[in-house]
Design a protein around this ligand. Structure first.
Ligand code: FAD
Length: 469
């Protein structure tokens, strides 16, 4: 639905030269199969895909370095690939080249319970890590709906439902091993919990979307599994009542673990998709972590705030199985939204505003959505001021697509006017580059461009994303 930018494709002779060099190293882990290339040029979004010329499956940092060096010698693009669940055309090979798939790099290198951290290869997914940690009493909290790779999550600065309590990948990543655009191996930091040692290289690569280098290992902060976890769903008499409850909860300082907003349309989709029978109303999904006494104290505080806003119908999920069902329904919100209009495709806004502006931003957005002909569903990590409007459109109906685009533009402009951002967690890819310019202005973009040129002078790392050089 969004046409990919038309950039000149890489000369076939240059690609052939790289393939000749890599074949002896990778054997059948290097492929030009059309089906595999097609699958690696698309993400989960509505943006037009663009296949690479070949896909290389690496198994170690040394192999990644060898692949990048070969590409650098022939000025051939390298597009890192985790699990392909990003949403802004991130992995489209806009100039062709080699897709570097890290999904074979699944070693959990070290877990250090005494320091509450671990180091993993970049292809390990968040669910694989939590499965591995199960008996240690520790867990990794960051949960984008998809089972994404930890390298991809670091590269997109991902977050999810737990971010309100545990932070995003910006806080979770302690250090990275990165292969730079000229094939050198760089450690961006140590395991110390804090450091004032020069420029923050770790955070430079977190969120760089494969445009500055390839992340091959990630050192992550872990958390203790809470003694008591209480989850609930609660419908509200209106959107404002739900959002005001969120704002007061955050402003009161309740350390809530999850507080997610879903509008009535989204709830209709959830019931249809997940077979649940929740009320069709603006709803909060909530979770409390702590000791039994502390979790129950938080529940009491939030129930009192919600009651002041007319909500009393907390529906509790008591067992682990019930809690998992509740959060799986929430994580399936994207696909549930699509169920509102069979055959349709979805695309999602991702704005984030300061918490004090959330009520106005969401109310104006809901009004806009109600006035539009486009089918929409709203869902959000509202404890952080972050929400998504899912536009559910027939991709073959240009007027519907245009109306959804116009609505999205208004939502982003409103968030920026409220000192918010065009993307709270999904990132930029090629889909949000125009909004990035609006957010950072010429000065900010000039610094980003200077960084890109300094670290990747030949523009081989995922070219055509974030900044154009
Ligand atoms: C249903 C659904 C729900 C989602 N919910 C959320 C959510 O709640 N919060 C959220 O933050 N996101 C969410 N997402 C988006 C998505 O899961 C994230 O963007 C994810 O972090 C991407 O990880 P990946 O492994 O799939 O990366 P990919 O999609 O493979 O790659 C993403 C980008 O990172 C780069 N990259 C990948 N691996 C590396 C690496 N090792 N080194 C350098 N660059 C690399 C790629 O080149 C690309 O630019 C959702 C997606 C879906 C489909």
């Amino acid at each position: 639905m969004t046409a990919a930018p038309q950039l000149a494709r890489t000369a076939p002779a240059a690609v052939e030269a790289v393939l000749d060099r890599l074949r002896p190293l990778l054997g059948d882990r290097l492929t030009t199969s059309a089906a595999v290339c097609e699958q690696h040029g698309r993400d989960e979004s509505y943006h037009d895909p663009m296949p690479p010329d070949a896909v290389a499956f690496a198994e170690s940092t040394e192999e990644v370095a060898a692949i990048v060096r070969a590409c650098a010698d022939h000025t051939v693009p390298v597009i890192p690939f985790g699990t392909g669940t990003s949403l802004e055309g991130h992995v489209a090979a806009l100039r062709g080249g080699i897709c570097l798939d890290l999904s074979h790099m699944t070693a959990i290198l070290e877990v250090r319970p005494e320091d509450m951290d671990c180091t993993v290869q970049a292809g390990v997914t968040r669910k694989q890590l939590n499965e591995h940690l199960r008996d240690t009493g520790l867990f990794f909290p960051i949960d984008p709906g998809a089972d994404a790779s930890l390298g991809g999550m670091a590269a997109t600065r991902a977050s999810g439902t737990n971010a309100v309590r545990y932070g995003t990948m910006r806080e979770a990543v302690l250090a990275l091993t990165v292969v730079t655009a000229d094939g050198r191996v760089l450690k961006t930091g140590r395991r110390a919990r804090k450091s004032a040692a020069g420029y923050d290289l770790t955070r430079l690569f977190v969120g760089s979307e494969g445009t500055l280098g390839v992340i091959t290992e990630v050192t992550l902060r872990l958390h203790g599994i809470p003694e008591c976890v209480l989850s609930a769903v609660c419908p509200f008499p209106g959107l404002k009542a739900a959002v005001d409850t969120v704002i007061e909860t955050i402003q009161t300082g309740v350390p809530i673990a999850r507080i997610e907003f879903l509008d009535a349309n989204q709830m209709r989709g959830i019931n249809a998709y997940s077979g649940t029978d929740y009320a069709i109303a603006p709803t909060l999904f909530l979770e409390f972590h702590g000791t039994e006494a502390f979790a129950r104290e938080q529940v009491g505080m939030v129930e009192a705030i919600a009651a002041e806003h007319g909500a009393t119908g907390f529906q509790w999920a008591e067992t682990l199985e019930d809690r998992n069902r509740l959060w799986q329904a929430r994580h399936n919100a994207y696909y549930a939204g699509l169920a509102l209009k069979p055959g349709a495709k979805g695309f999602s806004s991702d704005v984030c505003v300061p918490i004090s502006r959330l009520a106005d931003c969401l109310a104006d957005t809901a009004e806009d959505c109600a006035a539009s002909s486009v089918v929409t569903a709203i869902v959000g990590h509202v404890g952080d001021g972050n929400f998504h409007v899912l536009f559910i459109v027939d991709p073959d109906a240009p007027e519907e697509v245009a109306a959804a685009r116009a609505l999205n533009d208004r939502i982003v402009a409103r968030a920026l006017a409220m000192e918010g951002t065009c993307t709270g967690e999904h990132g930029v890819g090629y889909g949000k580059m125009a909004f990035l310019e609006a957010e950072h202005g010429p000065e900010g973009m000039a610094v980003m461009r200077a960084l890109k040129v300094a670290l990747d002078p030949d523009d081989i790392m995922n070219p055509g994303k974030i900044v154009r050089v």
